[in-house]
Design a binder for this molecule. Structure first.
Ligand code: URA
Length: 264
């Protein structure tokens, strides 16, 4: 792999700038403009990066084309089964290459409540079902606490493929896969959406806010066709496993959900 290919590989993996003098390889002259040093005393304004533009533009074009292909496949899918097959045939997201299984969605497709997480973890990637690992067990307990179980909900993720090492998905991966989630929501047609974690909430609401700011109130997911669905955001179970002190906030979110179900 030559240096230009290496940089292009970094770009495709979502790395769009390199911090620090020692990037582990020598940047070729024409690419040097994209190196930002960690100098706090200086304001480093983004230099003109004319020479590196073609690589970024190519990647952006590939991503846009992949997103367009995804939207076309989704428009042609008029059932969950068709959508699952469309996703199986879709080759526009590189996460598919590094994962073992496509994790579509699971639970009751007639459910009024749709729960949406970020992406499969290692257990989900092995088994091919959403939320079957430790986070899933905690999710089961959360549901049980308000009298629900998996037969009363439909569960899916923003991404159907596990990002390597459970890293945070890039915005381009989310953008490419989002049409599949949006179509899944249209086909399930839930009365209530529960978004677990900031990634799911922000992707659905098209915002960039912290989950602490988004949780604790009813928000609205707007479908492409104009319909609005009440959306409740809360902490992701994986975050709760690491920060059990936040469980009280999730409990209040769950009570809010329970009240809404009773009033619907
Ligand atoms: N975390 C998620 O967001 N989704 C899963 O399916 C499992 C863990």
């Amino acid at each position: 792999m030559n240096e230009v290919e290496l940089i292009e590989w970094y770009l495709s993996a979502g790395v769009d700038c390199i911090c620090g003098k020692d990037a582990g390889f020598k940047m070729p002259e024409q690419k040097k403009a994209v190196v930002f040093e960690n100098k706090q005393e200086e304001t480093v304004s983004r230099p003109a990066i004319k020479e590196s533009r073609p690589a970024i533009t190519d990647l952006a074009q590939v991503s846009m084309q992949a997103g367009q292909n995804a939207r076309t496949l989704c428009e042609q899918s008029d059932s969950l089964d068709a959508l699952r097959k469309a996703l199986d045939s879709f080759e526009g997201c590189s996460l598919k290459l590094t994962s073992n299984k496509t994790v579509f969605g699971g639970g009751n497709p007639e459910a009024k409540i749709m729960i949406i997480g970020e992406a499969p973890g290692s257990d989900e990637d092995r088994i091919g079902e959403p939320f079957v690992g430790k986070s899933g067990h905690l999710l089961d307990s959360m549901l049980k606490a308000i009298g629900l179980d998996r037969s009363q909900v439909y569960i899916t993720n923003v991404l159907p493929w596990r990002p390597p090492g459970n890293r945070t998905p890039t915005s381009s991966e989310v953008a490419i896969c989002l049409p599949f989630l949006k179509r899944q929501i249209e086909l399930i047609s839930p009365e209530i959406i529960v978004a677990l974690g900031g990634s799911a909430a922000n992707s659905l609401l098209d915002r960039e806010e912290t989950i602490s700011h988004l949780r604790g109130k009813w928000l609205e997911y707007k479908e492409i066709k104009g319909k609005s669905i009440p959306l409740l955001a809360s902490f992701h179970p994986a975050y709760l496993l690491r920060n059990p002190a936040q469980k009280s906030k999730v409990w209040s979110d769950l009570l809010r959900l329970k009240k809404k179900i009773q009033n619907n």
